[in-house]
Design a protein around this ligand. Structure first.
Ligand code: C2E
Ligand code: MG
Ligand code: MG
Ligand code: MG
Length: 272
């Protein structure tokens, strides 16, 4: 019976693996279809000047608009990265964000637009050409485009990142280190990378004001490298005031505004 039980357990695991593979294939197929049918939409979350609360830019955040519901990036970007589908999806994001930024500019609003680029996209040989092409075709001035790359994905291959970021900077776009402070990196690498801003990770903003050691350290570091600091995930007045006092340049978070569709952003933030 021991053997039978073992066999049963084996069959159970095999079955489970099979189910998982089928589910994955199903999801991957759905994601491919979403690309073909352009079921994606960009939401935009305002970033504000800390002291004045004036709009300083927006971050484009991807949503998958299924017929019946809106799917958040945490629920499909991991699969998109594993399957490589993030490459065509990311190209769509860049193109759409540049076109949107150019439309706002034409309407008299010079709003810098930030786009998230994942580790998988950094490995693609065509990334710099893609960015250049999106800028050229949309006529968006490069100063109005900002690329956000997480600390962890920048660190994966430092030599490669250094060369790649230099080429992106040569185009004139800004580069932010996203989720800064969550990686295991030493500080020495930062000197080598031609970035323009650090985004203090939400987890450290969340600790303010009870625990401020890391937030203070990041702000000091950013200042000493001549970089702009953006705090993400600001949810309370207390956090905002502390960040203002410490000289953090920009804030982004639910306290000020959630990510929103274009029409709402225009209505609430871009009316003269
Ligand atoms: P991220 O780049 O760090 O974006 C910030 C995330 O924090 C967004 O979640 C935003 O909605 C959320 N957030 C902003 N303020 C607050 C706040 O005050 N409180 C809380 N609790 N959350 C806040 P979202 O839109 O779900 O995106 C999650 C992540 O998915 C992003 O993190 C980014 O890593 C990734 N992502 C989103 N869009 C894209 C994209 O177009 N391409 C790629 N490669 N990744 C993307
Ligand atoms: Mg981001
Ligand atoms: Mg972030
Ligand atoms: Mg984050």
């Amino acid at each position: 019976t021991a053997k039978a039980a073992g066999g049963g357990r084996y069959r159970f695991f095999a079955r489970e693996m099979m189910d998982r593979a089928v589910a994955r294939l199903h999801n991957e197929t759905a994601l491919r279809r979403a690309i073909d049918q352009e079921q994606f939409v960009l939401y935009y979350q305002p970033k504000l000047e800390t002291l004045t609360r004036k709009l300083s830019g927006v971050e484009a955040l991807l949503r998958w608009q299924k017929p019946d519901r809106l799917v958040m990036p945490g629920d499909f970007i991991p699969l998109a990265e594993e399957t490589g589908l993030i490459v065509p999806i990311g190209a769509w994001v860049l193109r759409t964000a540049c076109e949107q930024g150019a439309r706002w500019l034409a309407a008299g609003h010079a709003v810098p637009v930030s786009v998230n680029v994942s580790a998988r996209q950094l490995q693609e040989a065509g990334l710099v050409d893609l960015v250049a092409d999106c800028l050229a075709k949309s006529y968006l001035p490069p100063e109005l485009l900002n690329i956000e790359i997480t600390e962890t994905s920048m660190m994966r291959d430092l030599d490669h990142s250094e060369a790649l970021l230099a080429r992106l900077r040569d185009l004139g776009v800004g580069i932010s280190v996203d989720d800064f402070g969550t990686g295991y990196s030493s500080l020495a690498y930062l000197r080598r990378l031609p970035v323009t801003a650090l985004k203090l990770d939400r987890s450290f903003v969340n600790d303010i004001p009870a625990e401020t050691a890391i937030a203070t350290a990041v702000l000091d570091l950013s200042r000493s490298f001549g970089l702009k600091t953006v705090a993400e995930g600001v949810e309370t007045e207390e956090q905002w005031h502390w960040l203002a006092q410490q000289g953090c340049a920009e804030v982004q978070g639910f306290l000020f505004a959630r990510p929103m569709p274009v029409d709402l952003l225009e209505r609430d933030f871009l009316t003269a």
